[in-house]
Design a protein around this ligand. Structure first.
Ligand code: UTP
Ligand code: MG
Length: 496
């Protein structure tokens, strides 16, 4: 739930990885790809170019004799060949002219796959369904690469409404089913154009497909519209949007006949806890998304505080902003120290420092309950045992590059921002970073994969091999992926 306190992921001192900014070294020298912009569109071409380069493929900007694979999308072979003739290639017959399915297969495999008949451009009949077969998508989010680019938002938004409604009604299984389905669709490289195109996709049941069908046919889902217009659902959504108010409290208030914030605030028998009081006090600000520039400014503030206190402290961005999101509900950071044990007092000192600067509007510090002798934990707990704090920070407009985005009529030169800090011992850093980077679905499937496919237990503290009866050590996230026998997935590919 977005209102639940979530520790912010620390920023690394380096810039947060955003988008496909990193170009991997070219790994496959024998393959040179050219993406045809016609039909594909410029922005998609540029997205796919960056995706491929990030995986070590060479993508040429210009079609020349050096190109080995010409990739096009939705093209008819006759018109494509006619177009190719316009380039004076010395021997066009030596070039592989392939459909986007070859490209997506290669991206999925992480290497150029052999060209098969199904990859060749077919002449599409005008009435033929546009669906490119999307097979071999893993049921585990940790085996899919999911960027922030969501081509199926129209469906995933609807699934999110349904999932939340099941959550409000305590029907966990169905809630999860819709979240899983949304997660699969988010990983696809293009929009689903017809329900038939989903037949090889995992995690899509009859109900999800029926919703998709309706959306494809009418542009909306009647079930979703009904939920959105339902008074109970609207009220629970409103109440849970307050910091510190979870579904249980929201339900309790609803059952007492409360329907609005003023109802809640005017009810004398309701005692708001400190978090909820701050939630109402700063509601306008903290219910508004935090931008990347604002997150960057928060990072500068935390960076100063942490390093004034402990010059060799380690600060890293985590959470949604580390995954390259443009907006978030909070900013998450990990802070720790190279010396084991020194991290214990770090958060308290950081809080003190920020308080003295007049920057703290709310603090909830939770001391560490981490006890290595209690590992491995067989039951996953939503919150880990590391020291953490949930903060509301005052951010001045002057600290933000380009200034704050103000809502109309707001003449203040500051805003409140939710910030979470978590402080694990250094030897737990990789597990914490992996656990806090999210997304929640990605984390959930990492744990499920570890348990079901590898007989291992993973959480934010450790990785335990049940077969060998031993803990596996890790200093980087990559070590953990390696132990699990998983291909490394970059943070910006974990937006499952
Ligand atoms: P957030 O709720 O901050 O989500 O949790 P987010 O992905 O950054 O997206 P925004 O903030 O809504 O934009 C970040 C991650 O931290 C984990 C959560 O499971 C999530 O994956 N987390 C949070 C923990 O592992 N332990 C905690 O105690 C709190
Ligand atoms: Mg976050």
């Amino acid at each position: 739930m977005s209102q639940a306190p979530v520790a912010p992921r620390p920023k690394k001192r380096s810039k947060p990885e955003a988008g496909f900014s990193r170009r991997e070294e070219a790994r496959f020298q024998d393959v040179r790809i050219f993406l045809v912009e016609r039909k594909m569109g410029r922005s998609r071409r540029s997205f796919l170019t960056q995706l491929a380069r990030s995986k070590g493929f060479i993508v040429e900007d210009i079609l020349s004799d050096a190109v080995t694979h010409v990739v096009s999308e939705n093209s008819q072979s006759s018109s494509l060949w006619a177009w190719l003739k316009g380039f004076s290639l010395s021997d066009p017959s030596t070039v592989n002219v392939v459909d986007i399915s070859w490209f997506t297969d290669s991206m999925r495999e992480g290497r150029p796959v052999a060209v098969e008949t199904r990859h060749l451009i077919q002449d599409i009949l005008p009435e033929a369904p546009k669906a490119a077969p999307v097979n071999k998508v893993s049921q585990y989010a940790c085996q899919r690469r999911t960027t922030t680019e969501n081509y199926n938002k129209i469906f995933t938004d609807a699934f999110e409404v349904l999932a939340e409604n099941y959550e409000f009604n305590d029907i966990e299984g169905r809630c999860l089913a819709f979240r899983r389905a949304a997660s699969v669709l988010k990983s696809l490289p293009s929009a689903v154009q017809c329900v038939e195109a989903t037949q090889d996709l995992p995690c899509l049941g009859e109900h999800t497909k029926a919703v998709m069908k309706e959306i494809l046919q009418y542009g909306r889902s009647f079930e979703v519209e009904k939920i959105l217009s339902d008074l109970r659902c609207q009220t629970l959504k409103l109440f849970t949007s307050v910091f510190g108010v979870g579904p249980k409290t929201a339900e309790k208030w609803y059952r007492r006949g409360l329907r609005s914030f003023s109802d809640v605030l005017a009810e004398p028998s309701i005692h708001l806890n400190r978090m909820q009081q701050s939630g109402f006090l700063h509601y306008g600000d903290i219910s508004r998304a935090v931008s990347k520039a604002e997150a960057q400014a928060v990072g500068n503030i935390i960076d100063e505080a942490v390093h004034v206190i402990t010059p060799n402290a380690i600060l890293a961005l985590t959470g949604g902003f580390r995954r390259g999101k443009d907006f978030g509900h909070d900013v998450d950071f990990i802070v720790t120290t190279p010396e084991l044990g020194q991290e214990e007092s770090l958060l308290i000192d950081v809080i003190d420092y920020l308080k003295k600067q007049g920057l703290l509007l709310f603090t909830d510090h939770q001391a560490s309950t981490f006890d290595i002798s209690k590992l491995p934990s067989h039951k996953f707990e939503a919150m880990d045992h590391f020291a953490k704090c949930f903060l509301i920070l005052r951010l001045e407009s002057s600290q933000v590059e380009g200034g704050l985005q103000r809502s109309e009529g707001d003449s203040r030169n500051w805003r409140a921002v939710r910030v979470d800090l978590v402080s694990p011992p250094m030897d737990r850093y990789a597990f914490t970073q992996l656990g806090w980077t999210g997304s929640r679905m990605f984390e959930r499937d990492l744990r499920r994969f570890a348990r079901l496919e590898r007989q291992m237990l993973l959480d934010n503290h450790a990785l335990y091999d049940k077969t060998k009866k031993e803990f596996l050590t890790a200093t980087t996230e990559k070590d953990i992926f390696d132990h699990l026998g998983l291909e490394y997935i970059e943070p910006w590919q974990r937006n499952a």
